[in-house]
Design a protein. Structure first.
Length: 277
């Protein structure tokens, strides 16, 4: 009997897509929804709810379910560590968590992976269980990017790499060489909302589209947990911000609902492009 995939899940479409794929491929899934970040659509799957500080309970439930492969997916906001309800395992781990959290998100994620592996679990990435989520290379949807847009993509890729070295974010917006915004803790959609408030002289509009949202992984990041993810809402926010398109690193970003993304891009007149580094 195939061991079910252990899915430690937050909010959003990604964990739902992973769960659906695990069932469709015959592996099956056991979902641990994180308390305070329970995705309602995952309630239909076998599993339980665990608090962020209930580390021992999490280990026990995964082992009882027979899980060997474990995958982290979904939106989870960094908690106030003082407010966490801890079991004994959680209390023992907390000092390490606080120390690594101060170094940035990637350091914290690497700690989580190490601790899971110490328990004998194999931590896998979303792209490992469903390679079809990875962005392809070249034009994915919409009009071919003009030379100015391709130059913005190249500059944006360099900017995001620099951000990644500082463990800040995975995205930026560039318009005709000018960096209009960089992504930090607010997330991509909030960053794009800021773009729409900037003077039209330095950005595009829905009538005269200019600029590109560029997303790529941080250099050397823990790809099994935190690959950049884009979906239909990303396309809609890119269009609302007056940008010409969305560019993601080929095989370095996840696309959720690609068919819907492509249809929306065509309808809104923006491009989706997979660039190589």
């Amino acid at each position: 009997m195939t061991a079910p995939l252990g899915l430690i899940a937050g909010l959003g479409d990604l964990p739902v897509s992973i769960a659906e794929n695990a069932v469709e491929t015959g592996q099956g899934v056991y979902v641990l929804r994180l308390k305070g970040f329970e995705e309602p659509r995952l309630a239909a799957y076998p599993g339980d709810v665990v608090g962020l500080g209930e580390v021992g309970k999490l280990y026990t439930l995964l082992k009882q379910a027979g899980c060997k492969d474990v995958l982290f997916a979904g939106i989870v906001k960094r908690p106030n560590f003082k407010d966490l309800k801890l079991d004994l395992r959680g209390a023992a781990l907390l000092p390490k968590v606080i120390a690594e959290a101060g170094k940035g998100d990637d350091a914290l994620l690497r700690l989580l992976v190490r601790e899971m592996e110490k328990q004998g679990f194999n931590v896998v990435g979303s792209d490992e269980v469903n390679a079809g989520l990875l962005a392809p290379s070249g034009l994915i949807a919409g009009p071919q990017p003009i030379e100015a847009a391709l130059a913005d993509i190249k500059r944006g890729a360099h900017v995001v790499a620099a951000l990644g070295d500082l463990d800040i974010g995975q995205g930026c917006v560039v318009c005709e060489g000018l960096v209009l915004a960089v992504e930090a803790q607010e997330g991509t959609d909030a960053m794009l909302a800021r773009i729409a408030t900037l003077p039209e002289a330095i950005r595009g509009t829905p009538h005269t589209r200019r600029g590109v949202l560029v997303k790529r992984p941080k250099p050397g990041q823990e790809r099994r947990i935190d690959l950049p993810t884009v979906g239909l809402s990303t396309v809609e926010h890119v269009a609302a911000a007056g940008l010409a398109g969305l560019a993601v690193e080929a095989e370095g970003a996840l696309m959720l609902g690609r068919d819907k993304m492509q249809a929306a891009a065509e309808r809104l007149g923006i491009f989706i492009y997979g660039f190589k580094t």
